[in-house]
Design a protein around this ligand. Structure first.
Ligand SMILES: [Ca+2]
Ligand SMILES: [Ca+2]
Ligand SMILES: [Ca+2]
Length: 156
C-alpha cells in the first residue's frame, strides 16, 4: 500500500529585501517617472504566501512614487539640488499569505546630484561696482601718483 503525503506550504517566510539601508543618487534634472530604484524583496514561500507587494512607510513630501506590484520607485515631483540635496524614503514589503508577513524596513537615502541648471546671474554687479568705487575712492590719494591696479580675486 502506497501512501502519498502532500506537504502544504504555510506562510513561514517573510519577504526580505536583503539589506536595510541603501544609498542612491539621482540627477536633479530627472523627470517625472524616472526610475530611481527598483525594490526587490524575495519570499521563499509558494503561491499567495510568496506573492510580494510593496508599500511606502515614509516619503518626503511626495517627491517619489512607489508602484506596489513592481517595486519601482519613480520621481513624482521635480527635484532641485539647490533646494534639497537629500531625501529619505522608507519602504516595506508584505506577502499575500494568511497570516500576512511583513518585511523589515528598507531605508533609501536618495542623494540629489547637482546639474548645471542655473545660468549665471548678475545680482552682485551693484555690490561689485560699489566695492570698486570704494576701492578707487579710498585710494584716491595714491591715484595722484600711481595708476590703480584691480585684481580679480574670484571668478570663473
Ligand atoms: Ca511568505
Ligand atoms: Ca536646480
Ligand atoms: Ca544645479
Amino acid at each position: 500500500m502506497q501512501v502519498e503525503i502532500q506537504i502544504q506550504d504555510v506562510n513561514d517566510n517573510t519577504p526580505n529585501f536583503g539589506s536595510q539601508e541603501i544609498k542612491i543618487w539621482v540627477p536633479e534634472t530627472a523627470e517625472q517617472g524616472h526610475i530611481v530604484y527598483s525594490a526587490v524583496a524575495t519570499d521563499k514561500d509558494t503561491g499567495v504566501n510568496g506573492e510580494v507587494s510593496y508599500f511606502m512607510i515614509s516619503n518626503t513630501q511626495g517627491f517619489f512614487k512607489l508602484d506596489r506590484s513592481s517595486g519601482f520607485l519613480t520621481v513624482q515631483r521635480s527635484l532641485d539640488y539647490e533646494t534639497a540635496k537629500e531625501y529619505t524614503v522608507v519602504l516595506g514589503a508584505k506577502d499575500n499569505g494568511n497570516p500576512q508577513k511583513v518585511s523589515q524596513n528598507l531605508t533609501l537615502h536618495i542623494e540629489v546630484q547637482d546639474s548645471n541648471d542655473n545660468p549665471p546671474v548678475w545680482h552682485q554687479v551693484t555690490e561689485l561696482l560699489s566695492t570698486l568705487l570704494i576701492f578707487r575712492f579710498t585710494n584716491f590719494s595714491r591715484l595722484m601718483h600711481t595708476r590703480p591696479h584691480f585684481i580679480i580675486l574670484t571668478g570663473c
